[in-house]
Design a protein around this ligand. Structure first.
Ligand code: HAM
Length: 430
């Protein structure tokens, strides 16, 4: 037994799991094309300063940080948004807006491993840069719903809030951004009582505490009713009211083109610090952790030295989406390729078998060749076990007449057919 295993929090994806992951990635990529997002590939290693700038206390503490051999402080990316914002602040600074960028890849966070949480995980990520309109926020919600639907999930629900509500109130109370961030971290962890007493300590008025308390208690599925109620609650805070109205418009647009369940939670916060507007997460029943998360961040690109550029985006956690698909017993819509194996009956037939295999591969028919010199019966039973569809048995008798034996490994029927027509005949089979 080897002494080596994966590092804690890291996983191997064996063929079946890798196939699911590739499928989810492909569906995400197809949707990117459908909505006009262009794919970019950014490095896994970025400067620590870039990643730490607005990632929030929790992610900052969980980054894989190291010094490279050149003495630079670097980290493994815990998310894509910082890298995409860096690009828009630098190389894509003058690119015409809006810019729609898609990425898929692995991310790293030193989280405590548990069901649905590991230290290396995968996201599909969509960022829409250069629009502050509610249409942009609505599009990000729609893409996310479309992806979940396309992957066969049902009963998913979007938890939606707007950081402009809380920040608007806290700003008006004179609570500085750093203190606000601290409060948001507590709210992200559902520590509402602690958040309220901290807000008091920071010098917020009694009215403010009462308003926030009511906001934390407000949530519900009837979106427009909840928003009306929230608007009333925050009426003393001008920018809070503006935020509620913005969320109303976003929801109106998002729900006209698409039907998905929503849970409006005006006091909901996310761990990342860069959000300035609508925020959301997607859930399915019986899986406690979020499948996707996203929102609007209008100040990040400017913070990185770029032009002021409003932006909104989402990251879909592919590992958790796959877990949800398994929970809901979703059928994978993966087209199974017809696979073949060429088996020479003896060593003398090897070169002929190779020639036939290369003809089939040129015709794009997946073809293996027996490379361990097994007997025909052993090679056949092994191919059967691995669910190969057809075996092409190359023997001297048939070969003399330009023919081979074609065996259907499912029905076990076999026929002798001409090599000339092999590609055509194989393609005609189902
Ligand atoms: P996030 O909420 O930190 O947002 O992550 C998005 C998704 O990544 C989560 O909903 C979850 O499915 C998955 N995820 C996060 N951590 C883990 C983990 N340890 N194991 C498995 N899955 C995990 C962001 O990353 C933002 N960059 C989203 C965004 C894009 N906002 C604007 N643009």
């Amino acid at each position: 037994m080897s002494m080596f295993k994966t590092v804690r929090g890291m996983r191997d994806l064996l063929p079946k799991d890798a196939e699911k992951m590739r499928h989810a990635q492909q569906v995400a990529r197809d949707l990117a094309v459908l909505y006009g997002y262009e794919e970019i590939l950014t490095p896994v290693v970025e400067s620590y300063e870039l990643l730490a700038a607005k990632s929030g206390e929790e992610i900052r503490q969980r980054m894989y940080i190291f010094t490279d051999l050149g003495g630079r402080k670097v980290a493994l990316r815990p998310e894509f948004t910082a890298s995409v914002a860096r690009l828009v602040a630098t190389q894509l600074r003058n690119a015409p807006k809006p810019l729609k960028l898609f990425s898929v890849g692995s991310l790293y966070r030193y989280d405590e491993p548990q069901y649905g949480r590991s230290r290396e995980f995968w996201q599909a990520n969509y960022e829409l840069m250069g629009s502050d309109k509610p249409e942009a926020d609505a599009e990000i919600l729609s893409i996310t719903s479309h992806l979940l639907k396309e992957l066969g999930l049902h009963n998913y629900c979007f938890k939606i809030g707007h950081v402009g509500i809380l920040r608007g109130i806290l700003n008006q109370e004179g609570i500085i951004e750093e203190q606000q961030n601290h409060i948001m971290q507590m709210l992200d962890k559902k520590r509402c009582e602690e958040a309220l007493s901290t807000i008091k300590q920071f010098g917020a008025s009694q009215q403010c505490v009462a308003v926030l308390k009511r906001i934390f208690e407000t949530q519900g599925k009837a979106a427009f009713n909840i928003l009306k109620k929230t608007e009333k609650t925050v009426q003393a805070y001008e920018s809070g009211v503006v935020a509620v109205e913005n969320l109303r418009q976003i929801l109106m647009l998002a729900t006209t083109s698409d039907k998905f369940e929503t849970l409006i939670e005006p006091g909901f916060a996310r761990g990342l610090e860069y959000y300035t507007g609508m925020i959301f997460e997607a859930y399915v029943p019986k899986l406690n952790s979020a499948l996707c998360g996203g929102g609007r961040y209008d100040k990040l690109i400017e913070l990185y030295g770029g032009e002021p550029t409003p932006a909104v985006g989402v990251a879909q956690g592919l590992d958790r989406i796959i877990l949800a698909m398994e929970k809901q017993k979703t059928k994978l819509k993966i087209r199974k390729e017809k696979r073949t194996i060429v088996i020479p009956v003896s060593a003398e037939m090897k070169t002929n078998a190779l020639k036939i295999a290369s003809v089939l591969r040129e015709a794009m028919i997946p073809t293996e060749i027996d490379i361990v010199g097994r007997s025909v019966s052993k090679a056949l039973s092994d191919a059967d076990r691995r669910k190969v569809s057809y075996a092409i048995i190359v023997g001297p008798e048939e070969l003399k007449e330009g023919k081979i034996v074609l065996r259907n490994l499912t029905t076990r029927e076999q026929q002798i057919i001409g090599i000339k027509n092999l590609v055509k005949d194989l393609k005609a089979l189902d």
